[in-house]
Design a binder for this molecule. Sequence first.
Ligand code: GAL
Length: 680
Amino acid sequence: MKNRKFVNPVFPHFVHGADYNPEQWVKTKNIWDDDIRLMKEAGCNEMTLGIFSWSVIEPSEGVFDFSFLDEIIERIYSSGGRVVLSTPSGARPRWLSEKYPEVLRVSRWGQRYHFGERHNHCFTSPAYREKVKIINAKLAERYSHHPAVIAWHVSNEYGGECYCPLCTEAFRNYLRNKFENDIEKLNDAYWTTFWSHRYSDFSQIEPPSELSDMGIHGLNLDWRRFVTEQTIDFMREEIAPLKKANPSIPVTTNMMYDFDGLDYFKFRDYIDFAAWDCYPKWHSGDNAETAENAAFWHDFYRSLKMKPFFMMESTPSQVNWHEYNKLKRPGMDTLSSLQAIAHGSDSVQYFQWRKSRGSSEKFHGAVVGHDGTNDTRVFRSVRKTGEILSLIDEITGSMVESEAAIIMDWENRWALSDSQGFARYDKKYTETLYSFHKFFWSHGINCDIVHPEDDLSKYKLVVAPMMYLINQVSADNLKKYVREGGILISTYQLGMVDENDLCYLGRTPGCGLDELFGIWREETDTLYPDQKGRVKFGGQEYSVIDIAEVIHSSHADVLAEFSADYYSSFPALTSNRYGKGKALYIAFRDNGDFINDLMSVIISDAKIKKNIPSDGSLPYGITAHTRTDGENIYLFVANYGEKNTVILPLGKPYYDIIGGKTISDVLLKPFDFFILKTER
Ligand code: GAL
């Protein structure tokens, strides 16, 4: 039986499109004519409209003019295209800020911003919420039954914080609610007797900033939780009129790569599918590293809803906001677009369709440049991607199945980076996640990125690095997973603080994790960047960098020991049988060699499937990922290496969908890829 989940079943195809701002060209409609013709030529079947159109569709308060949207939607649809329609709250018109100054954000230094830029409204402001509700309702009433509209794109890249009186009061209410109106509970949770920072009333609480207090870690954490909650609350109000008008149009919002400011896991209950804006720094150094990093985030956004997502933005050539804006080399655009598909995206979308003529994004890459023609390298490459997407359309809606997962947690990320001690300014949390992900990536193994409270039972192997902050629910979840037969790997800094950022008392890792891992931690050592420690494992020596823990085994097997410094012969790697599974603990950071050798043993122990059989890793820069519709397996093999050409045996015959023949090995030149098919 086929198992496919479409973002919108009325359009069960790959979406190939772009952010399109035709309102910038309303006075030159001949450009619109060119656009409609060129979209077809480029094999684009979708345009994302209306993201920054507010000042055109509501030029003054309560005066609406949808004529440009009416016309362009009709024109796109009648030439065979579809539309993802945006709500315009990411950038507001000037009149709105003039009449309702409360919509303008206040900085952490207490100054109210003037009108300008974008993504800078107060999420609490009732006036902003009301105006957004009105315009969203109008858009929904007018377009949500239009056959062109396949999805809603709510706002644009939510983010940022506001320190205005409305937000401050909302934060206080959030805390009143959380601590049941009992300031003593808050004092206990925040350890405020330290430095005499006790509160006697909720009205004394201010958002943490350089002007107030940044040393109360529990407060910092709750502020970040509040910012996420307030943003989601705003988003839910945005979504309500859309769903009211037509509940069957799926809703998403475009998220940002590795953005730290919002706990994206919390968004997943309120969006129908995930979408993200993908701008890696291709060709900036080691391309395989860049590809692995982008792959991590593709895996994250897919795992958010455990189904196909959209790559809502990417550049076909270059961005304008990196420090150095290098062009994608020939082949990289199609390769990186197909990378998204390999990891479970059902779209390849660009920012942007046509380059603006003026303002800050006039040199940002686009499918159509200022020359306005199809006669460019970039246009041809987009057209090629479009042709490939139409050849592989049967893959739309298929799923990624993973036997391995990495746990990631925003609250942990926030608490870790807030902690003073260790390497004070760089805890390397995401880098550590990437180092484990890189192992899976370079061995052609699918991997999900999950939350510590997610159901882990389907995985043979779970890696939970640096889980410094952990609550009882997550700890119990890990224990259950291992008890029932899972293999769990964790690392240094596990279980140091609770959900209020208070240190666990007694032996750590806390929450009973000392029992799960069979170890306890006595000390944590931080090395200077140019120093190295040593560990012995399986007859080999490995370097220790950054961090090492002095731990004791209470009932775990010691598999590796430190071999330098005063903790020489103390455990560096332990393994503990627990129920039907086992829990391994790594007490130090290494430069990757140790992870590679350890994980190689573990994946064969756990019988984790590689997508292409190989001894060790795939050749440098090569990776292999799969999707399945339940009946077929689709294998994506790609070469991100800039220089190496590789002949790779596939281990069995596959049908090469693009080449139209059955093959058993592939010749991969730099930036080559294959999309292959076999019966499951
Ligand atoms: C995104 C944003 C787009 C555009 C793009 C440029 O972050 O959503 O509107 O500015 O960056 O790369």
